[in-house]
Design a protein around this ligand. Structure first.
Ligand code: BDR
Ligand code: CA
Length: 313
């Protein structure tokens, strides 16, 4: 399966990246960078560094949108700096990549790739969906041929994580999510309903630390930092937000999905809330497959196996 990852890298984005690198079922044709956990440029540099460290410097990386569709400027939230570290990778120092970001813009790369590969191509987006919405706005004709899109974002049956209503990725650009949901495309929503059910523990990191590669060691350090920021577990385990979306692209059968007509609240106190569209309750052909259950033991074991493959190279 050909894959584009759209990331705001971010520690759990970095795990999704390692999953894509290690999976024998995925051919990562490019990574597009967006803003969110960090500024776009920082996230892209993190991806370049991580790819080089995992022995994949040839995978192209593209700079994407720097702010939400209707925003003048994106200002990074202090909570992101706390959860992912000032540098986005848990204050871990990564070897600096020799490669640079591609000259081509992320939105153009998405459009070109869809035109080239059509439904063979899957896009997994684990930051705000601005790059995707911008691609649909710029080249609406790609909708006719576009394949599956899997996003990490939203919450249906649980509260949000940045407000009682909203999950972080959707909250940063609710309009982009709305555009995507209402596009008629094959969209799967991997939201907090499932991403908070799967975890990695400090114990799991021992194997990475001892695997004998720099990638294993640095990932163990990054995720240890991330775990330390998870109060729910007393700093012993972290949620698996972004890697769950990557796994869902390959193993949708491990998820329980509720096809629904989804929309997004774009303004006011509940901005960013993902909710069943009250105007479409009687309509057929729901527009989003909302993940509401997951076989966590399977997902966790599989993720650990594939990440180890990536670390061993
Ligand atoms: C999402 O927000 C970001 O902090 C994570 O990388 C993930 O994509 C979770 O709400
Ligand atoms: Ca993310």
């Amino acid at each position: 399966m050909k894959l584009i990852l759209d990331l705001d890298t971010g520690i759990d984005d970095a795990m999704a990246l390692a999953y894509a690198v290690g999976s024998p079922d995925l051919e990562l044709i490019g990574v597009t960078g967006t803003y969110g956990n960090v500024y776009t440029k920082v996230g892209v540099q993190n991806v370049l560094n991580l790819l080089e460290m995992m022995g994949k410097p040839e995978i192209p990386v593209f700079l994407g949108e720097k702010k939400a569709l209707t925003q003048d400027v994106f200002v990074r939230h202090e909570v992101s700096a706390r959860i992912h570290g000032e540098n986005g990778v848990g204050q871990v120092e990564l070897p600096v990549a020799a490669e640079h970001a591609s000259q081509m813009d992320a939105v153009d790369f998405i459009i070109e790739s869809v035109k080239k590969y059509g439904k063979e191509l899957v896009i997994v987006a684990t930051g705000p969906q601005t790059n995707l919405a911008a691609a649909l706005n710029k080249a609406p004709e790609i909708k006719e041929i576009m394949g599956k899109i899997v996003i990490m974002g939203g919450a249906l049956t649980v509260p949000g994580n940045v407000s009682p209503y909203a999950e972080a990725n959707i909250s940063k650009d609710p309009l982009a999510a709305k555009i995507l949901f209402e596009s008629g495309l094959d969209v799967t929503m991997v939201g907090l309903d499932v991403t908070q059910r799967s975890q990695l523990t400090l114990e799991d990191l021992q194997a990475w630390k001892n695997c004998g590669t720099l990638a294993g060691e640095k990932y163990a350090d990054m995720v240890a930092y991330y775990i330390s920021q998870h109060e729910h577990s007393g700093g012993t385990a972290c949620y698996l937000h972004d890697p769950s979306a990557a796994v869902c692209a390959v193993h949708p059968e491990w998820f329980t999905m509720l096809p629904m007509h989804m929309t997004v609240v774009t303004e006011g106190e509940a901005a960013g809330r993902t909710i069943g569209d009250p105007m479409k309750l009687r309509e057929a052909n729901p527009n989003v497959k909302v993940c509401i259950g997951v076989d966590s033991p399977k997902l966790e074991a599989h993720l650990k196996e594939i990440l180890m493959r990536a670390f061993l190279g």
